[in-house]
Design a protein around this ligand. Structure first.
Ligand code: OKP
Ligand code: ZN
Length: 342
């Protein structure tokens, strides 16, 4: 397993996540990478490759709107110039019934134009960290032809749309990996999202396309974030009709029902004729996760990796969620070790 990591992710450390009515340090914190690195080393994985080359702007533009990228690049400096406080936080959104025509000039309003959830602020290091995570996803995808690869990166990406940040995500790393695989010659790619939360951004980015199948197993949005997408009847549109599959499960789901959903997902991916696979690897399905409500045990994770390996596809794992710091590293190593048949 080749591992791609960029230590400058730690420039993104949000003090300003709105959680249960209070602003505090984000669950999505730099320590997450350290515990995963340690657990992978303890499990005998080779250390990460040197930091990858920067992600090309042209690749980002295959996934994201140019004006959105320009906004992310300049948002923090604009915020500090206007307000002199450390973190840029949105407060008003152009929801249906209001007009979302062009980004407002004031930075406070532009933040709401380009985002969908107030849990995610823009810190001084957010743009640099997001780009370095995208670079890891690209490098892992470029390596996938020679063997399985893992983008050990943060911030995560699967909630980011082409023109919206939110849910701790700014750039959609899984979508960037999928586009890289297409660019490298794959005719059809599948994205399997096993994070606890629905991958709304990944779904939205590929919703009208037939070349990328998106399959997500997640907490039912009637109960869980992102609430406003991720239902079972969202199947894709136009050329993408039939190329999105959502497998929502209720809070409290344990491995038996979860594994059955994974089997359904894998059979759909095999049926799509995908030539390469991107796995949005979240382990916030773990029973000890502080913000999630599934009941997967530490010992369940290797079997998940083993089932994915049975697809026998060039595979790129991209790190998404997982917030139970004490077990996070072992759970990630469990999935990857199971994939390798260890
Ligand atoms: C990111 B990933 C509830 C706020 C929900 C968003 C969770 C984002 C999860 N108080 N916060 O999919 O793990
Ligand atoms: Zn999640």
């Amino acid at each position: 397993m080749r591992i791609f990591h960029n230590p400058d992710h730690d420039r993104h450390d949000s003090r300003s996540e709105l959680h249960d009515g209070q602003l505090g340090r984000s669950f999505e914190c730099p320590e997450r990478m350290a515990v995963i690195r340690d657990a992978l080393a303890a499990a005998g994985f080779a250390p990460p490759a040197p930091p990858p080359a920067p992600v090309p702007r042209a690749l980002l533009e295959r996934v994201h709107a140019p004006a959105y990228l320009d906004f992310l690049e300049t948002a923090h400096a604009r915020w500090v110039a206007a307000y002199r406080t450390p973190d840029a936080i949105a407060f008003t959104y152009p929801v249906p019934g209001l007009r979302r025509t062009a980004p407002p000039a004031p930075i406070a309003a532009a933040l709401g134009y380009w985002s969908f959830s107030v849990d995610t602020c823009i810190t001084e290091g957010s743009w640099g960290a997001a780009r370095s995570a995208a670079a890891c996803a690209r490098a892992a995808a470029l390596a996938a032809a020679e063997g399985p690869a893992f983008a050990l990166a943060r911030p995560p990406g699967h909630h980011a749309h082409g023109d919206l940040f939110g849910g701790y995500c700014y750039l959609n790393n899984a979508a960037i990996a999928a586009e890289t695989l297409l660019e490298a010659g794959a005719a059809r790619v599948a994205v399997l999202d096993i994070d606890y939360h629905h991958g709304n951004g990944t779904q939205a980015i590929f919703y009208g396309r037939g070349d990328v199948l998106t399959v997500s197993i997640h907490a039912d949005p009637v109960q869980a974030f992102p609430y406003f997408l991720g239902h079972a009847d969202e199947g894709g549109t136009g050329a993408g009709e039939g190329c999105n599959m959502n497998l929502p499960l209720p809070e409290g789901t344990a491995i038996a029902a979860w594994r059955a959903a994974l089997d359904t997902a894998c059979r759909r991916i095999a049926g799509h004729g995908a030539e390469a696979l991107v796995v949005s690897l979240g382990v916030d399905t773990y029973e000890g996760d502080p913000i999630s409500r599934f009941r997967l045990a530490e010992g369940d994770f290797p079997g998940i990796g083993a089932r994915i390996a049975r697809l026998r596809l060039p595979t790129v794992f991209v790190m998404e969620g997982g917030y139970a710091i004490a077990a996070l590293g072992r759970n990630v190593a469990g999935v990857l070790g199971g994939f390798l048949g260890r």
